[in-house]
Design a protein around this ligand. Structure first.
Ligand code: HEM
Length: 284
């Protein structure tokens, strides 16, 4: 049922897979994979600026509605988020992965938990390693899961730190680790006065395909975020970036393992949490 929902949503809107995959990351890193990111209300995770550009909520809600008709109060929203992201990757051409279910939904969602647990594009490799290792994830997992940026889009503000504005309001490149032709294309698409709703493809070449193009882009200095580029610039991560750029099968194998770890982060089982009837609110 989740797969069918993701399939029809993705065929109507090719941006859906990217949204579902990012939603999973932001769910699992804050309070564990417990659908805390779906709870609505004042001061919930959704109200933090880092989560304002998240999407895909309506797809999760649709899947939940169908599930509540056929098997009420059985499938958690946390499992739906995981399954939807897994299926989204597969539908975008990525690997087929088996993932256990049985996660329960959390009762807590606080905006104040978001910043300390979500990576910012300004992070150094060390800062990313520290955050990932606090979730039980390795350097390899960091490089592998960053490969998610082979699909999806970003707002101009997500990489504006790589440019500076002159007195006439014209942008120029300050981050020399970015390819200058690519930088010019980005400036064209995201001029200083561009609307906040402009979206740029994370991967300029195969935007909607889940493949190893992200790593090829890093090799040619076309990582969109600073946090992408540093993976190629740092000696500890460069070798893995090069390996994945040359070996999509190897990337897919690693993706399966790292995705499994990501979706196991801080999972609630047994008496913890609940199975929500509606994904945007706790049952009480
Ligand atoms: C490691 C550090 C990471 C940083 C700093 C980072 C940061 C970002 C930012 C700033 C955006 C653009 C948001 C926007 O402007 O709309 C983005 C998009 C995205 N991120 Fe990441 N991310 C990271 C890791 C991950 C991981 C581990 C995943 C999933 C496993 C992921 C999946 C995505 C996806 C799929 C998109 C596109 C979303 C869409 O199309 O709406 N990211 N990321």
């Amino acid at each position: 049922m989740v797969r069918n929902t993701v399939r029809s949503a993705s065929s109507a809107d090719p941006t859906v897979p990217g949204k579902l995959l990012r939603l999973l990351f932001h769910d699992c890193f804050v309070e564990g994979c417990d659908a805390s990111v779906l709870l609505q209300g004042n001061g919930t995770e959704q109200s933090d600026p880092a989560n304002r550009s998240l999407g895909g909520f309506s797809v999760i809600d649709s899947a939940k509605r169908v599930l509540e008709i056929f098997c009420p109060e059985t499938v958690s929203c946390a499992d739906i988020v995981v399954l939807a992201a897994r299926d989204a990757v597969e539908m975008a051409g990525g690997p087929v992965i088996r993932i256990p279910t049985g996660r329960r939904d959390g009762m807590v969602s606080a905006a104040s938990n978001v910043r300390p647990n979500i990576v910012d594009t300004s992070f150094s490799v060390d800062e990313m390693i520290n955050l990932f290792s606090s979730k039980g994830m390795s350097l390899d997992d960091l490089v592998t899961l960053s490969g998610a940026h082979t699909i999806g889009t970003a707002h101009c503000s997500a990489f504006s730190d790589r440019f500076q504005k002159d007195s006439k309001g014209k942008l120029s490149l300050i981050d020399t680790s970015l390819n200058s032709t690519y930088a010019d294309e980005l400036i064209k698409q995201c001029p200083a006065d561009s609307s906040p709703s402009v979206l740029i493809n994370n991967d300029p070449y195969t935007s909607f395909m889940f493949d190893n193009q992200y790593y090829r882009n890093l090799l040619s200095h076309r990582g969109l975020f600073q946090s992408d580029s540093v993976l190629f610039n740092d000696e500890r991560t460069r070798k893995q970036v090069e390996d994945f750029a040359n070996d999509q099968v190897g990337f897919f194998e690693s993706w399966g393992q790292s995705f499994f770890k990501l979706t196991s982060t801080g999972v609630k089982t047994g008496d913890e949490g609940e199975i929500r009837r509606s994904c945007s609110a706790t049952n009480m």
